[in-house]
Design a protein around this ligand. Structure first.
Ligand code: B1M
Length: 215
């Protein structure tokens, strides 16, 4: 029987060699990939964050846990993305993590969910300065720019990025959405003037559809 708690523990403890076998066994038993990600893998990362906050672990352990999570996700990705090519293209999304922030796991999940929902997605990486969001949105003819922010110290960069988008020539045609554990709807939308806020990757798809007036 699939050892789902084992998957969670392997991520928390950073057992990278074990994660592949455990995830593969779960997939072989037809455990829903979304259940695996949402109920076990993301939950594991929450516990890693709590352990870090409680000073039970430090940055190196957090990094090993993140790599273990990513190794597991690599196995799951093709299953989620398999129908994406057929259904392109509901719109073009440019997405990155804001300046000063190197966290990428959540953003990459949002990319995966958007791609599997028919969007053309350009992942412009992490530590992205505001002007680069604008340049890439122009170059790639984006309909939506999405930014991810995990650090509360990133708030000024979220604001600066939204301001850069809204004061550019793209303001009228490119919508801007935000997400990530450090951002709230109130801050992103009410304070900074974003067009939307998403609390997780599934919500990210809904919000992109919403701001584009789809479905
Ligand atoms: Co960092 N880190 N980290 N970290 N890290 C947090 C974010 C933290 C909350 C941990 C804690 O203290 N509890 C804390 C931030 C505190 C704060 O600002 N209030 C923190 C800190 C302090 C730091 C450092 C400063 C530590 C240090 O060096 N002293 C440092 C900063 C480095 C930098 O970025 N400049 C740092 C470094 C790291 C690692 C490199 C070791 C590693 C990241 C590896 C990587 O990403 N490749 C790491 C990790 C792993 C974490 C935690 C444990 C897990 C993050 C994660 O991947 N979660 C995190 C604690 C936590 O989040 N509980 C923590 C799983 C992921 C699926 O969730 O990213 O929230 P999340 O994404 C979700 C939603 O937020 C949403 O959808 C996703 C899927 O549901 N979402 C969007 C995200 N982006 C979206 C965009 C959207 C829509 C939805 O639209 C565009």
């Amino acid at each position: 029987m699939a050892d789902l708690e084992g998957i969670k523990t392997a991520i928390i403890k950073g057992k990278r060699k074990e994660i592949t076998g455990l995830v593969q066994a779960a997939l072989d038993e037809n455990v829903d990939p979304h259940t695996l990600i949402n109920d076990y893998m993301i939950e594991a990362m929450k516990e890693v964050g709590a352990n870090f906050e409680a000073k039970k672990i430090f940055v190196p352990e957090m990094m090993i846990a993140a790599r273990t999570m990513q190794t597991g996700l690599e196995l799951i990705k093709p299953l989620i993305a398999q129908d994406a090519e057929a259904s392109k293209k509901a719109g073009t999304v440019v997405i990155g993590t804001v300046f000063g922030d190197l966290h990428d796991i959540g953003k990459n999940l949002v990319v995966l969910m958007l791609e599997s929902s028919g969007f053309e997605v350009h992942n412009i990486g992490e530590n992205v300065p505001p002007e680069q969001f604008v340049e890439k949105a122009r170059e790639l003819k984006a309909d939506v720019v999405g930014m991810s922010s995990l650090l509360t110290t990133g708030d000024p960069h979220v604001k600066a990025t939204i301001e850069a988008m809204k004061s550019s020539d793209l303001a009228d045609r490119v919508k801007v959405i935000c997400g990530g554990a450090a951002v709230t709807k109130k801050y992103a939308v009410d304070v900074c003037g974003a067009d939307g806020y998403a609390r997780d990757a599934v919500d990210g798809v809904k919000v992109v559809q919403q701001v584009l007036g789809l479905g």
